[in-house]
Design a binder for this molecule. Structure first.
Ligand SMILES: NC(=O)c1ccc[n+]([C@@H]2O[C@H](COP(=O)([O-])OP(=O)(O)OC[C@H]3O[C@@H](n4cnc5c(N)ncnc54)[C@H](O)[C@@H]3O)[C@@H](O)[C@H]2O)c1
Length: 485
């Protein structure tokens, strides 16, 4: 299958726009097609709206953003794309017809995937040319932040298609989950539907409001679900003997009337209750406002999960490892910084970094310098520990200001790397702080100091030589208070 440089989208509603935002962010060009010309403005606004949250997801170096173009011509899109994702309304006949048309325009090695929430791939690929390159790739809203994509093959789908789709979706930061056998609703929507039908019953029967039912999730199971799914959580519920005990204890409940599953009739009364309930929960906040809140916490949750290397946090870790590896590979062996400190990090003052004074909290300076050093380590090696830091604060950093850090190598010997970082406000080049640090090379297997050798030594040696004639910064070698004799 071909390398994916351009993603083609058919249908640019909520899901199409989500795909566009994600792909563009990770450097893939997007050519988007929709029957309605007015969707271009909508698409561009939706992509711009996704950007603030996406930009906060990771500090890892990103490739230049992809370019977005829009067309009302399916053929133009299909002939330019290396991978096509269909996101038109959930109607079998419409999708069959459009997928068949796309397949006649696109080269036969272009994968065509459908975002369908529940239609099965065998039905969808029926009239396609080269149907073996078709699969379902079912994402979740917001596509630009949620990593899950369910991959489902139909009777005519080849495993190479699924494998190539996995490679592409992993590249844009997702977690492809291959569904073993096609079933209506795939996996996740079947689970969501079961909960949803039960919710409708409980509201219909007047047992609870929409708000109370949401409380029953967000204060409890919802928190657990982000890191472990129902099965592993229930394994823990069984105590030392896990799932076996859990089934023995709660097995009888399976015969009790705890669920209905058949959906209730969607009467006007039930619809009113659902609408009024959710309007009360929104409490006057617009959909856009609620989306921003949702996006913000989705980013933060993934960053927390990354610390635990679990679930979506593991996906984020793997994405970052790939981004750092790509950035290191793309760099010339001799960093392009002869005679000037190396720019190692660009970031900005995040709202949660602000203290009661409205300035960046003290601990965040160390974090930013730590992130800068981390960025450098990832370029050369990761086997260094920080053994000493000296920070000098010079000017205030306020919320949302763009920052950048440069690094100068002061000295390098067999085991130690002595560096000097400068933190700037990017907008006016004001120096905000400096940090002088000593880093010790370690053998990570036995966690002891060890000589720097091989390619790491070469790369650091090159950087050190490039900085050899730079003046020693006046803040270097400083101490706090009167010098102790
Ligand atoms: N909304 C969700 O939460 C969600 C989640 C996962 C998957 N999906 C699936 O994604 C697909 C799209 O859903 P959505 O919510 O984005 O719908 P949507 O109504 O927001 O967008 C559909 C878009 O397709 C366009 N369109 C219709 N016919 C077309 C055609 N012949 N050619 C080109 N464009 C055409 C429409 O103009 C519209 O812009 C559906 O299959 C849905 O099941 C939706």
């Amino acid at each position: 299958m071909r390398a994916v440089k351009t993603l083609g989208l058919l249908g640019t509603g909520v899901i199409g726009a989500g795909w566009a935002a994600r792909a563009l962010h990770f450097g893939i060009d997007v050519v988007a097609a929709d029957v309605k010309p007015g969707m271009e403005a909508w698409l561009r606004a939706a992509v711009a709206n996704a950007e603030p949250a996406l930009a906060r997801l990771t500090l890892a170096p990103l490739p230049p953003k992809g370019a977005l173009s829009f067309t009302t011509s399916l053929a133009t899109m299909a002939t330019r794309a290396d991978f096509i994702q269909e996101n038109i309304p959930e109607q079998l006949e419409l999708k069959q017809r459009m997928l068949a048309e796309v397949s006649r325009e696109a080269a036969p090695d272009v994968i065509i995937a459908s975002s369908t929430s529940g239609l099965t791939p065998t039905d969808l690929q029926r009239d396609m040319r080269a149907p073996e390159r078709f699969c379902v790739a079912h994402p979740f809203n917001p596509v630009y932040l949620l990593p899950l994509v369910e991959l489902v093959g139909g009777q005519q789908t080849s495993q190479q298609t699924i494998d190539a789709a996995k490679v592409f979706f992993t590249y844009i930061g997702m977690h492809p989950l291959q569904v073993r056998r096609e079933v209506p609703g795939h996996l996740t929507d079947r689970l969501q539907e079961a909960l949803w039908r039960e919710i409708l019953h409980l509201v219909n029967d007047g047992v609870a409001t929409t708000g109370e039912l949401d409380e029953s999730i967000i204060y409890g199971p919802g928190l657990r679900w982000a890191g472990m799914g129902t099965n592993l959580i229930y394994h823990l519920a069984g105590g030392e003997t896990g799932m076996r005990h859990m089934l023995a204890q709660f097995g009888p409940c399976l015969k009790w009337p705890w669920t209905k599953l058949e959906a209730p009739e969607l009467t006007e009364t039930l619809i009113d209750r659902m609408v009024e309930g959710t309007q009360a929960q929104a409490a006057g906040r617009s959909i856009r406002e609620l989306e921003r809140l949702r996006d913000d916490y989705l980013v933060t949750i993934q960053q927390v999960l990354r610390e635990h290397d679990i679930g979506a946090g593991s996906t984020l870790r793997a994405l970052e490892a790939r981004l750092y590896a790509d950035a290191a590979r793309d760099e010339a062996p001799e960093p392009a910084s002869v005679g000037q400190p190396l720019r190692v990090l660009g970031t900005y003052v995040r709202p949660e970094w602000i203290d009661y004074n409205g300035h960046m909290s003290e601990s965040r300076y160390l974090q930013v310098f730590g992130d800068a050093m981390d960025a450098l380590y990832r370029r050369v090696a990761r086997m260094f520990y920080t053994v000493e830091s000296h920070l000098v604060h010079m000017a205030e950093a306020r919320v949302n200001e763009p920052l950048e850090v440069t690094t100068q190598v002061l000295a390098l010997d067999d085991q130690r790397l002595h560096v000097f970082h400068r933190l700037y406000r990017t907008s006016d080049s004001t120096m905000l702080a400096t940090a002088e640090q000593m880093h010790l090379h370690v053998d990570t297997a036995n966690r002891k100091a060890a000589p720097i050798h091989g390619a790491v030594r070469t790369r650091l040696g090159q950087l050190s030589s490039a900085h050899a004639n730079l003046p020693v910064p006046p803040e270097a070698g400083r101490h706090v208070g009167p010098r102790v004799q």
